[in-house]
Design a protein around this ligand. Structure first.
Ligand SMILES: Nc1nc2c(ncn2[C@@H]2O[C@H](COP(=O)(O)OP(=O)(O)O)[C@@H](O)[C@H]2O)c(=O)[nH]1
Ligand SMILES: [Mg+2]
Length: 200
Protein backbone atom coordinates (compact mmCIF):
# COMPACT_ATOMS: atom_id res chain seq x y z
CA UNK A 1 0.00 0.00 0.00
CA UNK A 2 1.27 3.43 -0.90
CA UNK A 3 2.04 5.55 2.18
CA UNK A 4 4.15 8.15 0.47
CA UNK A 5 1.73 9.99 -1.75
CA UNK A 6 -0.03 12.04 0.85
CA UNK A 7 -1.42 15.52 1.06
CA UNK A 8 -3.17 17.63 3.63
CA UNK A 9 -6.76 17.97 2.58
CA UNK A 10 -8.97 19.73 5.08
CA UNK A 11 -9.29 21.01 8.65
CA UNK A 12 -12.78 20.87 10.16
CA UNK A 13 -13.50 23.01 13.21
CA UNK A 14 -17.21 22.23 13.29
CA UNK A 15 -19.23 19.08 12.75
CA UNK A 16 -21.06 20.56 9.78
CA UNK A 17 -17.70 21.14 8.09
CA UNK A 18 -16.73 17.46 8.11
CA UNK A 19 -16.09 16.30 4.54
CA UNK A 20 -17.99 13.44 2.97
CA UNK A 21 -16.60 10.02 3.87
CA UNK A 22 -15.98 8.42 0.51
CA UNK A 23 -12.77 6.52 1.35
CA UNK A 24 -11.71 4.29 4.27
CA UNK A 25 -10.59 6.35 7.25
CA UNK A 26 -7.80 5.61 9.74
CA UNK A 27 -8.31 7.73 12.83
CA UNK A 28 -5.61 8.94 15.24
CA UNK A 29 -6.61 9.78 18.80
CA UNK A 30 -4.59 10.77 21.85
CA UNK A 31 -3.71 13.15 24.64
CA UNK A 32 -2.12 16.41 23.52
CA UNK A 33 1.67 16.06 23.33
CA UNK A 34 1.58 12.24 23.33
CA UNK A 35 3.27 12.14 19.92
CA UNK A 36 0.35 11.91 17.49
CA UNK A 37 1.79 14.27 14.89
CA UNK A 38 5.18 12.56 15.13
CA UNK A 39 3.55 9.17 14.49
CA UNK A 40 1.60 10.46 11.49
CA UNK A 41 4.72 12.03 10.00
CA UNK A 42 6.76 8.86 10.53
CA UNK A 43 4.15 6.63 8.90
CA UNK A 44 4.24 8.69 5.72
CA UNK A 45 7.93 9.62 5.97
CA UNK A 46 7.31 13.33 5.93
CA UNK A 47 8.96 15.69 8.37
CA UNK A 48 6.14 18.14 8.79
CA UNK A 49 2.89 16.93 7.29
CA UNK A 50 1.29 17.10 10.72
CA UNK A 51 2.89 19.83 12.77
CA UNK A 52 4.90 18.57 15.72
CA UNK A 53 4.35 20.34 19.01
CA UNK A 54 2.14 23.02 17.59
CA UNK A 55 0.95 25.22 20.43
CA UNK A 56 -1.44 23.24 22.59
CA UNK A 57 -4.67 25.02 23.26
CA UNK A 58 -4.87 26.45 19.77
CA UNK A 59 -8.24 26.07 18.07
CA UNK A 60 -8.70 22.35 17.71
CA UNK A 61 -9.65 20.94 14.33
CA UNK A 62 -10.03 17.48 12.84
CA UNK A 63 -7.45 17.29 10.08
CA UNK A 64 -7.81 15.09 7.03
CA UNK A 65 -4.87 13.75 5.04
CA UNK A 66 -5.49 11.96 1.80
CA UNK A 67 -3.47 9.01 0.59
CA UNK A 68 -4.07 6.79 -2.44
CA UNK A 69 -6.28 4.25 -0.70
CA UNK A 70 -7.42 5.83 2.54
CA UNK A 71 -7.56 9.00 4.61
CA UNK A 72 -5.82 9.68 7.87
CA UNK A 73 -8.07 11.53 10.29
CA UNK A 74 -6.14 13.44 12.94
CA UNK A 75 -8.38 14.16 15.92
CA UNK A 76 -7.51 17.15 18.13
CA UNK A 77 -5.49 16.14 21.19
CA UNK A 78 -7.35 16.13 24.49
CA UNK A 79 -6.41 16.65 28.11
CA UNK A 80 -4.43 19.87 27.88
CA UNK A 81 -4.97 21.42 31.30
CA UNK A 82 -4.94 25.08 30.30
CA UNK A 83 -7.79 24.80 27.83
CA UNK A 84 -10.96 26.73 28.72
CA UNK A 85 -14.21 25.00 29.56
CA UNK A 86 -15.78 26.40 26.38
CA UNK A 87 -12.95 24.95 24.31
CA UNK A 88 -13.34 21.55 26.01
CA UNK A 89 -17.04 21.56 25.19
CA UNK A 90 -16.25 22.44 21.59
CA UNK A 91 -13.72 19.59 21.46
CA UNK A 92 -16.30 17.12 22.79
CA UNK A 93 -18.97 18.27 20.33
CA UNK A 94 -16.59 18.01 17.41
CA UNK A 95 -15.19 14.58 18.27
CA UNK A 96 -18.53 13.11 19.34
CA UNK A 97 -20.06 14.59 16.19
CA UNK A 98 -17.38 12.91 14.10
CA UNK A 99 -17.96 9.51 15.72
CA UNK A 100 -21.75 9.82 15.56
CA UNK A 101 -21.63 10.06 11.77
CA UNK A 102 -21.90 7.00 9.60
CA UNK A 103 -18.42 6.99 8.08
CA UNK A 104 -16.05 4.56 6.44
CA UNK A 105 -13.95 4.02 9.56
CA UNK A 106 -11.48 1.19 8.98
CA UNK A 107 -9.37 1.60 12.14
CA UNK A 108 -8.93 3.87 15.15
CA UNK A 109 -5.41 4.18 16.52
CA UNK A 110 -5.36 5.25 20.14
CA UNK A 111 -1.94 6.62 21.07
CA UNK A 112 -0.62 6.21 24.60
CA UNK A 113 2.70 7.07 26.23
CA UNK A 114 4.44 3.77 27.00
CA UNK A 115 6.25 5.37 29.95
CA UNK A 116 3.12 6.36 31.85
CA UNK A 117 -0.19 4.87 32.91
CA UNK A 118 -3.17 5.96 30.81
CA UNK A 119 -4.84 9.16 32.04
CA UNK A 120 -8.53 9.30 32.94
CA UNK A 121 -9.17 10.91 29.56
CA UNK A 122 -7.31 8.04 27.86
CA UNK A 123 -9.39 5.47 29.74
CA UNK A 124 -12.56 7.34 28.83
CA UNK A 125 -11.57 7.28 25.16
CA UNK A 126 -10.63 3.58 25.25
CA UNK A 127 -13.95 2.77 26.92
CA UNK A 128 -15.79 4.80 24.29
CA UNK A 129 -14.02 2.97 21.45
CA UNK A 130 -14.52 -0.43 23.03
CA UNK A 131 -18.22 0.08 23.77
CA UNK A 132 -18.78 1.56 20.32
CA UNK A 133 -17.40 -1.62 18.73
CA UNK A 134 -14.78 0.24 16.73
CA UNK A 135 -11.86 -1.64 15.28
CA UNK A 136 -9.10 -0.11 17.35
CA UNK A 137 -5.47 -0.59 18.28
CA UNK A 138 -3.24 1.09 20.85
CA UNK A 139 0.11 2.48 19.79
CA UNK A 140 2.47 2.79 22.77
CA UNK A 141 4.80 5.57 21.81
CA UNK A 142 8.09 7.11 23.02
CA UNK A 143 9.49 3.62 23.59
CA UNK A 144 13.01 4.91 22.85
CA UNK A 145 12.92 6.69 26.20
CA UNK A 146 12.91 3.41 28.12
CA UNK A 147 15.75 1.01 28.86
CA UNK A 148 15.17 -2.64 28.02
CA UNK A 149 13.97 -3.81 31.46
CA UNK A 150 11.69 -0.77 31.86
CA UNK A 151 10.41 -1.31 28.35
CA UNK A 152 9.49 -4.91 29.11
CA UNK A 153 7.86 -3.95 32.39
CA UNK A 154 5.70 -1.32 30.71
CA UNK A 155 4.70 -3.68 27.90
CA UNK A 156 3.57 -6.18 30.53
CA UNK A 157 1.71 -3.41 32.36
CA UNK A 158 -0.17 -2.42 29.21
CA UNK A 159 -0.86 -6.07 28.35
CA UNK A 160 -2.48 -6.45 31.77
CA UNK A 161 -4.54 -3.28 31.37
CA UNK A 162 -5.88 -4.44 28.02
CA UNK A 163 -6.25 -8.12 28.95
CA UNK A 164 -9.99 -7.73 29.47
CA UNK A 165 -10.46 -6.35 25.96
CA UNK A 166 -10.43 -9.06 23.35
CA UNK A 167 -8.42 -8.73 20.18
CA UNK A 168 -7.04 -5.26 20.83
CA UNK A 169 -3.62 -4.91 19.30
CA UNK A 170 -0.82 -3.21 21.27
CA UNK A 171 1.96 -1.79 19.18
CA UNK A 172 5.10 -0.30 20.75
CA UNK A 173 6.53 2.55 18.70
CA UNK A 174 9.18 5.24 18.59
CA UNK A 175 8.99 8.22 16.26
CA UNK A 176 12.64 8.85 17.02
CA UNK A 177 14.03 5.48 15.87
CA UNK A 178 11.16 4.28 13.69
CA UNK A 179 10.76 1.19 15.87
CA UNK A 180 7.32 -0.34 15.24
CA UNK A 181 6.63 1.72 12.11
CA UNK A 182 6.39 -1.30 9.80
CA UNK A 183 3.98 -3.13 12.12
CA UNK A 184 1.66 -0.13 12.29
CA UNK A 185 1.71 0.31 8.53
CA UNK A 186 0.94 -3.36 8.17
CA UNK A 187 -2.04 -3.10 10.52
CA UNK A 188 -3.36 -0.07 8.63
CA UNK A 189 -2.99 -1.89 5.34
CA UNK A 190 -4.76 -4.98 6.68
CA UNK A 191 -7.58 -2.90 8.19
CA UNK A 192 -8.18 -0.96 4.97
CA UNK A 193 -8.19 -4.16 2.89
CA UNK A 194 -10.58 -5.84 5.35
CA UNK A 195 -12.83 -2.80 5.36
CA UNK A 196 -12.99 -2.76 1.57
CA UNK A 197 -13.91 -6.46 1.58
CA UNK A 198 -16.60 -6.40 4.21
CA UNK A 199 -17.83 -2.83 3.72
CA UNK A 200 -19.41 -0.68 6.38
N1 LIG B 1 11.89 10.63 22.25
C1 LIG B 1 10.73 10.71 21.61
N2 LIG B 1 10.08 11.88 21.54
C2 LIG B 1 8.89 11.92 20.88
C3 LIG B 1 8.33 10.76 20.28
N3 LIG B 1 7.14 11.12 19.72
C4 LIG B 1 6.97 12.45 19.96
N4 LIG B 1 8.02 12.94 20.66
C5 LIG B 1 8.19 14.34 21.12
O1 LIG B 1 7.08 14.68 21.93
C6 LIG B 1 6.67 16.02 21.69
C7 LIG B 1 5.20 16.06 21.25
O2 LIG B 1 5.08 15.42 20.00
P1 LIG B 1 3.89 15.72 18.97
O3 LIG B 1 4.04 14.77 17.83
O4 LIG B 1 3.81 17.17 18.63
O5 LIG B 1 2.63 15.34 19.87
P2 LIG B 1 1.06 15.59 19.61
O6 LIG B 1 0.70 16.81 20.40
O7 LIG B 1 0.40 14.37 20.15
O8 LIG B 1 0.85 15.76 18.14
C8 LIG B 1 7.63 16.57 20.66
O9 LIG B 1 8.65 17.27 21.31
C9 LIG B 1 8.17 15.32 19.98
O10 LIG B 1 9.44 15.50 19.41
C10 LIG B 1 9.06 9.52 20.37
O11 LIG B 1 8.64 8.46 19.90
N5 LIG B 1 10.24 9.57 21.04
MG1 LIG C 1 -0.06 17.26 17.12
Amino acid sequence: MNFNEVSFEFAAGKVNQLPESDMPEVVFSGHSNVGKSSLINKLVQRKALARVSSQPGKTATINFYKLKEFRMVDLPGYGYAKVSKAEKTRWAELVEGYFSQQRKRALVIQILDLRHPPTDDDLHMIDFLYRGGYNFAAVLTKSDKLKKTQFEKQIQYYNDIFSSIEHVKLLPFSAQTGFGNEEIRHLIEESVIDFNKTGE
